[in-house]
Design a protein around this ligand. Sequence first.
Ligand code: NAD
Length: 374
Amino acid sequence: LRIAVLRERAPGESRVALTPETAKKFAALGAIVAVEEGAGSGASVTDEAYREAGAEVGPAAQMVKDADIVLGVQAPDPSALAGAKPGAWVAATFDPFRNGELVEAYASARLEALSMEFMPRITRAQSMDVLSSQSNLAGYKAVLTAANVYGRAFPMMMTAAGTVQAAKVFVMGVGVAGLQAIATAKRLGAQVSATDVRSATKEQIQSLGAKPIFVENVAGIEGEGSGGYATEMSDEYKAAQAELVSSHIAKQDIVITTALIPGRPAPRLISDAQVASMKPGSVIFDLAVAQGGNVEGSRPDEVVEKHGVKIVGYSNTAGHLAADASALFARNLYNFLSAFWDEEAGRPVLDEEIGDAVRLTQGGKVVNERLTPA
Ligand code: NAD
């Protein structure tokens, strides 16, 4: 079985889907591992390190030739995979709801696209979940970036020249990224508060020593849908939330927004008027900027200044921690494929629960039910 890994082609993508550690582990399962030269450079992994781990290193076309499985961070264009075996698996992120053409192209190329974003949120798949591993790092980096852009300190400092006040940090959306953002801001000494549409997060916020900011007694408050994901809220709830947030936000120095709804544009959490209500010098980091943004006026990879407030957001926040992000991403892929390794077949054989969830294309067709509603 041949596993190939290409250098990422997407602009600004510094991560890589295989590390020397996982190359060694795949080799131990009996796979031949082939890596395009320079694939690890953005993540500080040398070709030499891959070779030492037992991988072949060479030009893309040669590495992909006769591959059974291709690993990627962002799925490559199928034209780059022309030499792979018919029906080869490609395990990567596809952003399938927004990349319909790419998914169709995979079907036409008779490749089997395995979308890591569609990993079900079940206990046994936690170690395979790239959204979690990357969000966790993104939540951390968002706070550090906001702290860098902010012209004041985070912790309270009592000095001979007088006292520096602690920064007030508000985290909106308390999933994996939000929890890490809260923990990071606390560690830096900020006064932290947070909100979410899922009431289950209240306790989690408190357990990290932050203050929950929640709308109470409004219909449509239980925003938890299937798989622990958020659903769209009632209009009444949205109005009440906007009011509560408006009064809270005006008192904050830093706001980190992380709210996503799968298959839909990111919900708008902060309007221009709310930005204007903040003190000059405040900073907003919009972690959802690549999915349309939680903040009015945010733009990917730019520092937008509005009403004296800096609005920041990276299109690929985890990519700004390329080495750790790659290490975790690569382990997620290894955990996924090795969990289904069939000794006799000498390759992974997916079960229905996870296979049907992640498989987008098979036998020349788009087969995923989230993309082809009956
Ligand atoms: P996400 O990235 O989909 O969304 C981020 C957060 O934004 C979520 O907490 C969501 O509730 C919140 N949000 C959405 N709309 C909002 C709005 N209008 N206002 C405020 N907040 C809003 O979420 P996530 O980080 O992927 O995690 C979602 C849940 O899934 C969590 O409970 C997490 O622990 C769970 N999870 C489970 C597994 C597993 O079991 N394998 C893996 C990952 C996550």
